[in-house]
Design a binder for this molecule. Sequence first.
Ligand SMILES: Nc1ncnc2c1ncn2[C@@H]1O[C@H](COP(=O)(O)OP(=O)(O)O)[C@@H](O)[C@H]1O
Ligand SMILES: [Mg+2]
Length: 214
Amino acid sequence: MTRSGPPPGGTKSDTVIWQRGLVSRDERWHLLGRNGATVWLTGLSGAGKSTLAAALERALVSRRLPAYRLDGDNIRHGLNSNLGFSAEDRHENIRRIGEVARLFADSGAVALTAFISPYRADRDMVRATHVAAELSFLEVFVDAALEVCEQRDPKGLYKKARAGIIKGFTGIDDPYEPPQKPELVVHTDQDSVEACVEQILVLLGERGVLGNEP
Ligand SMILES: Nc1ncnc2c1ncn2[C@@H]1O[C@H](COP(=O)(O)OP(=O)(O)O)[C@@H](O)[C@H]1O
Ligand SMILES: [Mg+2]
């Protein structure tokens, strides 16, 4: 496919036909003076995805760069309110988020996603849709030891999982598959929030996402 063409899979049927617009991505990005991208934060519950996404959104918008946060719990209130935590629903959750992130990135924004996204195949699927559309997909492994996440337990979920009140909790009785080739690993059990944000901003700068900003 081409950048302005139909998504992978092409025309779906005789009645679902891709409609081309009159504004290209190049034109949108040129107006903004920068490239859109998706920053995909993945890691255990309590690793720091939401904290980093919020801090990054703050840092980018302060630089007058459009950024938009897609956070797990918030999305489950709306777009994905009909989904649970089975492997199938987790897959569909990530698929939909991936599609929304891709649209934000295409529009020229930085989509900041904060989902555990425990399965490698799901993250790779989202990466593939971005690659097919020639969009930057920056997978950031938000890494912290399970013991640290469990000690932080910002939402009290580990406690409930250990008590058997929550079943299928990632890291306890459900797997987390760490990325094998992420664009970046941040160690939130060693570095401060500010240091982790800075590392991600450096990556964005290298990928042309910060435009002409210093
Ligand atoms: N470097 C860091 N990056 C992100 N969070 C950190 C860091 N150091 C400590 N924390 C703390 O860890 C907790 C992470 O919680 P949260 O962002 O909700 O995790 P997640 O969204 O991954 O479940 C917060 O209380 C945060 O203040
Ligand atoms: Mg979170």
